[in-house]
Structures are given as C-alpha cells and as structure tokens.
Design a protein around this ligand. Structure first.
Ligand code: GDP
Ligand code: MG
Length: 446
C-alpha cells in the first residue's frame, strides 16, 4: 500500500543527512501517487507538489530526524494548510433570519445535511431554526425533509410539488421573519449531473434570498468528479463553505483537497453517518493524516522539532518528588511544555480522566479556544513578574499584583486567578508525587 511505500522510502533516507533535489524528487513521486490514489484531481496534485517542493528545498533536518521524515511532515502540513486554516463554524452574522442555502448534486446529502445543521444550530448555537424544501421535482423530497427536520427538533415550513421554488423560498422567508426565526435553512433540488436549468434555478434562489451562507454539499466518495461539480457550482454561485458528506465511507477523502482548491471556500463540516448527529466540524489536520496515512511520522517530527524535552520534565518531576517547592517558574515551564505537546486541546485529550473528571468528551471547540487563550494570558502574567517573585509567590501582595497586572495588560483579578490555579496545580503535584507526573508527561509526549 501507499503508506507502506512511503514508510519504506522514509527508512531508505535514514542514512542521509540533508534534503536534496534528489530525495525531494523521490519523495514527491510517492506523494503524487498518494494523492492520486486518494482521488485528488490531477491539476490540483500538480499545484500541490510544486508548492511542497519549494518549501522542502529550504527545510532543515534537525535532531535525530532523517530527510524522509521531515519531508513527510512538510507534505502533511501543506495538506492541512491547503484544506483549511483553523475551524470555521456557520456564519450567522446577518439580520435574522440568517438564510443558509444548500447546493449540490442529487444524492450529495443536502437534505440530510440540512437537518444535521438544524440540530447543530439548535444545540450548539441555541438558535430557532426553520427548514424548507424547494425541491419540487422528486415527490418524496419534501416529505423526507419534514421527517428529518422533526428528528432535529427544528420547525418545518410546508411546501408542495405544485409550488414554484422561488415562491416557496419567499413564503418561508416571510414566515421566518414574522415568527422571529434566527435561521432559515433552504434545501434545494439537485440533478444527477450538472444541468443548466438547475443552475439557473439555484442562482435565482440565491438572488432572491441573499443567503449569508451558500453551502456546497459534496459526496466525499465522488473523488475526481467532485472537481467538475465544484467548478460548475462555483461559477453559478458565490459559495461560502463546503460540507463533505459520507466521510464514513472508505474513500481517502482526496475530494476535500480538490474541492477546496477549486472553490476557494472553506470546508466547514464533514458528514460522518446517515444519522442526524453524524456531522463534525471539519478538521484539516486530521484529514491530512487520513489522506497521507502517515500519522506516526508526523507526530514524531512534531515532537522532535518542537523540542518536547523529556529531560526537563524529568527534572521537574524529581524536584516535586524531592519535596522542593514547586514555584511559578516551574509552573511557567510546565505551561510551555504543555503547549509544545499539541496545545491545550491535545493536552485535555491526553490527560488521565481522573484529572478531568471524565469531562473531556463534553468540551467543545469554544472551550478549547478559551483554554488556549487562558494559557497565553497566564504566561503573560508570569512574564511580568520578577524572577524573585516567580520563585517566591508569597511575595505577591496587592501593590506588586497591581504592577504585574498593568505590565501584562490584565486585571488584578486575573493575577489572583492565576495564583489560585498555580496553587491548585502545586497541590495536585504533591498528590501525584512526581511519579505520576512523569507518567502523564510521557503519555502526552506520545
Ligand atoms: P440530497 O439528494 O442531496 O438531498 O441527498 P440526501 O440527503 O437525500 O442523501 C442521499 C443519501 O446519502 C441518503 O441515503 C443519506 O442517508 C445518505 N447520506 C447523506 N449524508 C451522509 C453521510 O454523511 N454519511 C452516510 N453514510 N450517508 C449519508
Ligand atoms: Mg434532497
């Protein structure tokens, strides 16, 4: 398989010290195969390889790594960067009702995704959601939406196959306004292949509804064909996002790369089952791993290049064990270690459940983002302390706290909160007696 071939190549580069034209060329041959096998469209592959080559030739091989490993990690990073930057939820920044228009071929998963999104918006964003079907061509389509909308707990606006799509959408919009709905999701008809009447119809709907989001729904199993479909929809409509459905299928998901490249729109969600809760916020990094299938190497390279320092962890563990005071300096180095080991989100995932009370599963992306911000603020506060204050936190009385708060651009209460957190951590460390800490660090380091 491809993963095996790449792994073998990485091994053969073990004896080499530097990245050269030759080993880049060799690696790119395999990567090209990888992408084609994952059903990425050929022109997209060419562009991608060219970009990676350029980055690779300037790259350095650090530590115990070999050029193969570094190259795999560059490829992985570029894949993730191409498919998206961070996560992007549905944009609702419009005068309510915010209209979301669903576009895509027949069978892509529009109706299913409409209901999944309704559920997402109700549960995660606390919105009042109305759905409507403008699919008057397939007899069962309207009933299907009614059914899944009920499952989602949203409201459904009735339409019939004798109505005009535009009239349906207009009536639903009026209703949504009168009933103070936050969001109106408009499901549309698709054809089996691109056809002009369909494109004209959805373009008209777009013109009349002025949606804040126009989502292109595409089946991840569509592979190469996804490119042409995406192009046609891109020309007819200003797409604001992509939903990749059927990611639970056995495709390697190369369509993600192609569709993203062709439309320029962010991939917002991935459909992961036919069930109403089978919708995930798209994660480009994870998806890059799926396309390339080289997660282990990528993790290793990250660890080495970001300098996860097991020696420092050991020193800290010894210090706690020997009963020496755990001070703010240690706390700071612990924070930065945590960040190196994959950020707070990674950390929370890896923490033993007794520390998180088994609550990790309930933490959403918003919690993670907040946690990352909190850590940066905590570091800022500690940076504003003198070395003496860091070693002797008991020196921190009101006037010092005020100076530190001003220096870090925060409130005194933030300084107090940090000191509380520090104390909690110190207590926890005492309980774990260092041995547990070492184990925890090792687990986080992988
Ligand atoms: P539409 O024609 O675009 O409205 O597509 P539908 O929503 O009717 O979906 C077509 C088929 O794909 C249905 O059988 C759905 O159950 C199925 N489907 C949609 N999304 C997913 C998904 O993410 N995973 C799986 N396994 N099936 C899906
Ligand atoms: Mg449908």
């Amino acid at each position: 398989t491809l993963t095996e071939r790449l792994s073998r190549l990485v091994k053969t580069m073990r004896g080499q010290a530097r990245i050269t034209e030759d080993n880049v060329q060799e690696m790119m041959r395999e990567v090209r195969m990888a992408l084609l096998e994952a059903d990425v469209a050929l022109p997209v592959v060419r562009d991608f390889i060219a970009r990676v080559k350029e980055k690779a030739l300037g790259a350095e091989v650090v530590g115990s790594l070999n050029p193969g490993q570094v190259l795999v990690s560059i490829v992985n990073r570029e894949l993730a960067a191409t498919m998206g930057e961070g996560v992007s939820d549905i944009n609702l920044a419009a005068q309510p009702p915010a209209v979301i228009l669903m576009a895509g071929l027949q069978g892509a998963g529009k109706t299913t995704t409409t209901a999944k999104l309704a559920k997402h918006l109700i549960e995660k964003r606390k919105k009042k959601v109305l759905t409507v079907s403008a699919d008057v061509y397939r007899p069962a389509a309207i009933e299907q939406l009614k059914l899944v909308t009920r499952q989602a707990g949203a409201e459904w606006f009735p339409s019939t196959k004798d109505d005009q799509p535009l009239a349906i959408a207009q009536a639903a919009l009026d209703y949504a306004r009168k009933h103070y709905m936050d969001v109106l999701l408009v499901d549309t008809a698709g054809r089996l292949a691109i056809d002009e009447a369909m494109m004209r119809e959805i373009a008209e709907l777009h013109g009349a509804l002025k949606p804040v989001e126009t989502l292109f729904v595409v089946d991840a199993m569509q592979g190469q064909d996804a490119v042409n479909t995406a192009k046609a929809f891109r020309e007819a409509l200003p797409l604001t996002g992509i939903v990749l459905t059927k990611m639970d299928g056995d495709s390697r998901g190369g369509a993600a790369l192609s569709v993203r490249q062709v439309t320029g729109a962010p991939i917002k969600f991935a459909g992961t089952s036919e069930k109403i809760d089978g919708l995930e916020v798209f994660d480009a990094e994870r998806h890059a791993g799926r396309i390339l299938g080289m997660g282990d190497i990528v993790a290793l390279v990250e660890q080495v290049t970001q300098g996860v320092d097991m020696a420092a962890a050991q020193k800290l563990a010894d210090k706690v064990k020997s009963g020496d005071g755990f001070d703010l300096e240690d706390f700071l180095s612990q924070l930065s270690q945590m960040k190196k080991m994959g950020g707070i989100s990674g950390l929370v995932d890896k923490l033993p459940s007794q520390l998180t009370g088994g609550r990790t599963a309930q933490l959403g992306q918003a919690d993670m983002d907040r946690a990352e911000r909190d850590v940066r603020r905590m570091e800022g506060i500690i940076f504003s302390m003198t070395p003496q204050e860091r070693r002797k936190p008991e020196l921190l009385k009101a006037s010092r706290k005020r100076r530190i708060a001003a220096g870090a651009g925060v409130q005194v209460q933030d300084v107090n909160r940090l000191l509380n957190q520090f104390e909690q951590m110190r207590d926890m460390m005492k309980k774990m007696k260092g041995g547990g800490l070492m184990k925890m660090m090792r687990r986080m380091g992988g």
